[in-house]
Design a binder for this molecule. Sequence first.
Ligand code: RM4
Ligand code: MN
Ligand code: MN
Length: 432
Amino acid sequence: MQKRVSVSETFIQEANSAILPALKDDYDHLARRLARQGVDAEALVERATAFKVAVPTWGLGSGGTRFARFAIPGEPRNVFERLEDCEVVLKLTRATPGISLHIPWDKTGNTGDVRAFAHARGLFIDSMNSNTFQDHAGQPLSYKFGSLSHTDAAVRRQAIEHNLECLEIGAALGARAHTVWIGDGGNFPGQLHFRRALERYLDSMKAIYRALPENWRLFIEHKFYEPAFYSTVLNDWGTSYYCARELGDRAFSLVDLGHHGPNVNVEMIVARLIQFGKLGGFHFNDSQYGDDDLDAGSVKPFQLFLIFNELVDAERAAVPGFSPAYMLDQSHNVTDPIESLVASSIELSRAYVQAHLVDRHALAAYQEGNDPIMALQTLKQAFTADVSPILAMARARAGGAIDPIAAYRSSGYRRQVAERRPSEARASAGIV
Ligand code: RM4
Ligand code: MN
Ligand code: MN
């Protein structure tokens, strides 16, 4: 039996002890400042502690683009090793106990083992993700021309069966949601009959919806291009909303932040889906151009804040049925994935806490009084507040790291796993 690798709690405590006095100082100073505005810092620490986001197992390896993939030392080779890395992210941040699995990438012979392995590390399986955007070893029919919307009923059946298998595996693992993203679409005008392709997709999704275990939610993820470059079957939030409605009460739209055209007002899409009772959840990431899968909050932190502004507004207003699932979906091409996931989870907590800082009474009054400059000022006041001491205090009190990336680097975890996990030659390009 190999010694268990992880970043130990005692190690984190030791790393914290040197910087705890400085944190206390910063926190007290911020708490006094906030008190002058009538804001209770402790209430914000509570919000930061409550914030959780699920980690995608596929984000723990080096991603890659369609041109190349640069491997990193100690890259996890199977679901167990990916869960080991997830545990490190959890220990450092205390915000990421939920895990999203991708099938067949995370398939193993024994599902029971995966569940026990996760639970022993304080993790649980949150959402399943199917994969009919690639052909897998041993698969009889190809998805080259689509999967759930394919013209051939036999291919559609195979893709449905794959999703049913995901539900079965997920049920054994204690998951509670299934996310379907398809790569179906056309590369050339005329290639697809738009209406018929969507009808076929919906018929297939109905078969999956019927098999959904009790208390599960089904998330459908739209994306406007890629891998198909001319048209996509589930291309935008409107189509997604329509399909979710057609499917039934337990079907919802999932918003992946990178799946919209450049400059699209994503926060408004979020507000619309909330209003229509169909916001299922998020795949958080950031992007400059398209589905770039960069770290959350790295390129457009203000947009992320504005999205959380809508979410917190709905939370405060107790919008009926509002319960979005928060998940990360990133591809780490040039960073250590553990560091990227840690940093991203912190950026999400930051946006969430900042959104709680918005003076909603004042904002409502400025909106009613048609005072755009003061309305914007109200948002900017919250967005420019440095809430880092609140986030760090929440982590420290929960046993996480005050400075997670520094603690991770000095732990030597990457070096340890590099020794235990000899690299596998994987020359192919990365994930989509
Ligand atoms: C897609 C989409 C899906 C993810 C795959 C790997 O672009 O975002 O959610 O499962 O990538
Ligand atoms: Mn996604
Ligand atoms: Mn994507």
